[in-house]
Design a protein around this ligand. Structure first.
Ligand SMILES: Cc1ncc(COP(=O)(O)O)c(C=O)c1O
Length: 464
């Protein structure tokens, strides 16, 4: 048990209002009353008032080995003491070299090189810059179009945000639109009435081929896809969708970028899921989050030999990939990643996830009996409960926030952090979660949803 340290919550909250947070509500910039998280242990965190809360989203899909791992803290401290930092441009450091070799060992075959970044967005951005570079070196500067999908989330740099496809994030923001395109979301729940899943799958795959042919394959550089669209609401595309998309990309010499920022590092029971779970032989794999379990910021872009070999080696005399960061391969972050992977291997966390996730998914799906729950979906240790005010209409809800905010509040009062995405409760707990803790999580979640449902019913917001 973490010792209770006295925190002055009111003081911290006042100071916190100097911080412009991600997705800041600008109308209320000085009056937010955020919960202040002050500690963590396993699947639980503690707030500044000493409340223990189960961590439903694992921070933000990232604290995969759980909170409070002193081994990682010690690895970080030891590396910071010994060699904090040196320039990655022309010099090497031990942890980055070791981590590169380790990633190559655990990645699918023929991914023999990695480019380090500072997080997921910079990894996506770097992958896209690499794709542009790739085509320039190959003498086809017109092959630059990128295809993404609605409901995707790829980050917050200009390019990665431009690839993202969450409609509600587009307000007031600017994006690259001349060479980045979005296909319809492969969300089976939103498929047209009467359409079979198989036909829906074919239709979404056809979207990709038609887009490539419409733009001209000689102009399309890459397709970027999360295996499961995480922030879009844990959208699991129909079986076979990914492999078919990959085949289309191959047929048209379009690179397939698999964004595994969420689905990697154990979330689906494998270090990398593209090949092992979805049978996708990607050209580029992007990783972050679970790579360090959130103990340090780090991202990685893995590039397949079939791609890298075309722009490197003796024929690439005088060619330089002019991209990188002061903190590329930061030794302290890499030391954290190495220890994180060591823990995952030593504790057989991949096997554990494969063992507990069917139970997790079953318990989650059992909530379909709650009238306001429209859809429950997921895979591995990621799941989503989507609440809908009207199940029949499946409307894009104007009152989505009403239900989400209430669930959030009730669950937190009951001891579970949910942080719904509007009307969607996304669960992605630390991978160490036990069956007993899954029971605890589901009991609270059910209660929270039922209480919120009663509220919206009593207030006339919902007539279910
Ligand atoms: C699939 C995916 N890609 C990229 C990112 C961006 O990562 P970061 O927030 O570390 O920049 C995220 C973040 O949630 C993500 O879910």
């Amino acid at each position: 048990m973490i010792p209770k340290i006295p925190f002055d919550t009111a003081d911290l909250r006042a100071k916190d209002n100097r911080w412009i947070h991600p997705w800041q509500d600008m109308s209320d910039i000085d009056h937010q009353k955020r919960t202040v998280i002050t500690g963590g242990e396993g699947v639980y965190v503690y707030d500044s008032d000493g409340n223990r809360l189960m961590d439903g989203p694992a921070g933000m899909w990232c604290v995969n080995v759980g909170h409070g791992r002193s081994e990682i803290a010690e690895a970080i401290a030891e590396q910071a003491r010994r060699m904090t930092y040196y320039s990655p441009w022309s010099l090497a450091n031990g942890p980055a070299a070791e981590l590169a070799a380790k990633l190559v060992e655990i990645a699918p075959d023929e991914f023999n090189h990695v480019f380090f970044t500072t997080g997921g967005s910079t990894a996506v951005d770097s992958a896209l810059r690499f794709v542009m570079f790739f085509n320039n070196v190959l003498g086809r500067p017109e092959k630059k179009h990128i295809i993404s999908r609605h409901d995707a989330y790829h980050g917050s740099t200009y390019l990665s945000a431009s690839c993202s496809g969450k409609v509600r994030d587009k307000n007031y923001m600017d994006f690259v639109s001349d060479f980045i395109h979005h296909l319809p979301s492969p969300n089976p729940y939103r498929r047209p009435d009467g359409m079979s899943i198989e036909d829906f799958c074919e239709a979404r795959v056809k979207d990709l081929e038609e887009k490539i042919l419409g733009l001209g394959p000689e102009k399309v550089a890459a397709f970027i896809a999360e295996p499961i669209l995480a922030s879009g609401g844990v959208i699991v595309p129909p079986d076979g969708y990914h492999a078919k998309c990959m085949e289309i990309c191959r047929n048209h010499d379009v690179l397939y970028i698999s964004d595994e920022v969420v689905t990697g590092f154990g979330r689906l029971g494998h270090f990398f899921s593209s090949k092992d779970v979805f049978d996708v032989d990607a050209d580029i794999i992007i990783s972050a989050k679970g790579l360090t379990s959130g103990y340090q910021p780090l991202g990685a872009v893995l590039i397949h030999d079939r791609v890298l070999s075309r722009v490197s080696g003796p024929d690439a005399e005088g060619v330089s990939f002019s991209s990188g960061f002061t903190y590329s391969g930061h030794p302290v972050a890499c030391a954290a990643a190495l220890k994180n992977i060591e823990i995952m291997e030593r504790e057989d966390l991949m096997v554990h996830v494969r063992e507990v996730s069917p139970y997790f998914q079953d318990r989650l799906r059992a909530m379909l009996d709650i009238p306001i729950v429209g859809d429950v979906r997921g895979m591995g240790l990621m799941g989503c409960i989507e609440c809908v005010i009207s199940r029949d209409r499946k409307d894009p809800l104007t009152l989505d926030y009403e239900i989400g905010n209430r669930i959030d509040k009730y669950c937190q009062d009951l001891g579970l952090l949910v942080r719904p995405m509007i009307n969607m409760c996304v669960m992605s707990p630390p991978l160490t979660i036990t069956r007993k803790q899954i029971d605890e999580m589901m009991q609270i979640l059910r209660k929270g949803i039922e209480l919120a449902m009663e509220d919206v019913r009593n207030e006339g917001i919902w007539d279910g």
